[in-house]
Write a protein that binds this ligand. Structure first.
Ligand code: PLP
Length: 397
């Protein structure tokens, strides 16, 4: 019969991409929309990285590479894990994939069997439950509280563990909250993972983007037992403004790396050869562009936080990393707009886009119904204009 896959039909299309697309379409019609939806830096890829890619093309580095990536890039990833994360991996523990999202997909393909449960702390990046389901896993959501910076505690994780628990996803710095887990919190979580014997999928995609005094800590660096159980995942997309290049990577046990590599060899053969040369330059070349982007992000973060904190009806915590602010809209949802109760964050986002020309991301798909995520990966000028509009909206209610 012509029925379609139940698994594929059960996947929610990415709502962040949909909102970004709608805002782009309005812009194309000449409407002056401020887009706070972006999950990517507005900066150009640094020039040294572009040059490395151009050189790769000119040198004819345009053929298949080993399925799990080139040896030279794996070595550069090992060097970065060693110096930045305090983690020792050998090249045979590294898999280079087509972006962080692909790395995560491969991880779950490698570790899950039907019915395995994966604990996902909410608010979560909306892709996690979908890729777990695509690998026949069952997402088990645990909710962070405001008091704990929207993070989950080790005790909450312990309470969610069953005999089917296979893994926990830990995302620090977090998309959408921008919060980071401290060493103490990670140690407590690691203890549960070791005791209950499950994997930790550590998504550290935003590891370079931490502002202020706190440092990024990789959970795998906290001892041999947790190292064995962790798959550390990162990539060049966010830190090096390389979202379109599609390079992500993992450090894991050799066994997991082998499985990921076999899966990948049939799905995509290998990551793009030219992008691998670009990623090599990103990781091992001049790092000054990264530092400059971080300074800029930090200015925007401070500006966003200070202004929104003063707006009526909105509540937020000061984000510590990534490039998002996560705003509690509960009090806005209680209000009426043109005689009708606003009710949902999706409706608030619709009003903001249609009437105030500001694109924001409602967070129901992130597991937090009453919240809105704003990205500050846009210019300070656009942020000012967009926040003026949001302020006009909330002040009018
Ligand atoms: N992990 C998190 C938390 C993200 O926010 C993203 C991108 O939005 C990714 C992973 C994936 O990044 P990539 O573009 O490399 O697939």
């Amino acid at each position: 019969s012509l029925t379609l896959s139940k698994k594929a039909s059960g996947v929610k299309p990415s709502s962040t991409l949909a909102i970004t697309a709608k805002a782009k379409a309005m812009k194309a019609e000449g409407i002056d929309v401020v887009g706070f939806g972006a999950g990517e830096p507005d900066f150009n890829t640094p020039e040294n990285i572009n040059e490395a890619a151009i050189k790769a093309i000119k040198d004819g580095f345009t053929k298949y590479t080993p399925a799990s990536g080139t040896e030279e890039l794996k070595k550069a990833v090992c060097a970065k894990f060693e110096s930045f994360n305090g983690l020792h991996y050998e090249p045979n523990q590294i898999v280079i994939s087509n972006g962080g999202k692909h790395s995560l997909t491969n991880i779950f393909e490698a570790i899950l069997n039907p019915g395995d449960e994966v604990i996902i702390p909410a608010p979560y990046w909306l892709t996690y439950p979908e890729i777990v389901k695509l690998s026949d896993g069952i997402p088990v959501v645990v909710y962070g509280s405001k008091e704990n910076g929207y993070k989950v505690t080790a005790q909450q994780i312990r309470n969610a563990v069953t005999e089917n628990t296979k893994a926990l996803i830990l995302n620090s710095p977090s998309n959408p909250t921008g919060m980071i887990y401290s060493e103490e919190e990670l140690r407590a979580i690691a203890e549960v993972a070791v005791e209950k014997d499950f994997y930790v999928v550590a998504d550290e995609m935003y590891e370079y983007l931490i502002y202020g005094e706190k440092k990024h800590i990789s959970i795998a660096s906290l001892g041999d037992e947790i190292y064995k159980r962790t798959i550390t995942c990162s990539g060049v997309s966010k830190s090096y403004a390389m979202t379109g290049w599609r390079i992500g990577y993992t450090g894991s046990s050799v066994e997991i790396a082998k499985l990921m590599s076999s899966v990948q060899s049939h799905q995509t053969s290998n990551p793009n050869s030219i992008a691998q040369k670009a990623a090599l330059e990103a990781l091992s070349g001049d790092q000054s562009a990264v530092a400059a982007m971080k300074v800029e992000f930090n200015k925007r973060r401070q500006y966003m936080y200070e202004r929104i904190a003063k707006m009526p009806l909105l509540d937020l915590l000061e984000p510590e990393g990534a490039f998002y602010v996560f705003i509690d809209f509960t009090d806005v949802l209680e209000k009426s707009y043109k005689g009708q109760k606003i009710g949902t964050a999706a409706r608030a986002a619709e009003i903001l886009l249609e009437e105030y020309k500001v694109a924001v991301v409602p967070c129901a798909d992130f597991g937090f119904d009453n919240f809105i995520r704003l990205s500050y990966a846009i210019s300070l000028e656009a942020i000012e204009k967009g926040l003026d509009r949001i302020e006009n909206f909330v002040s009018s209610l």
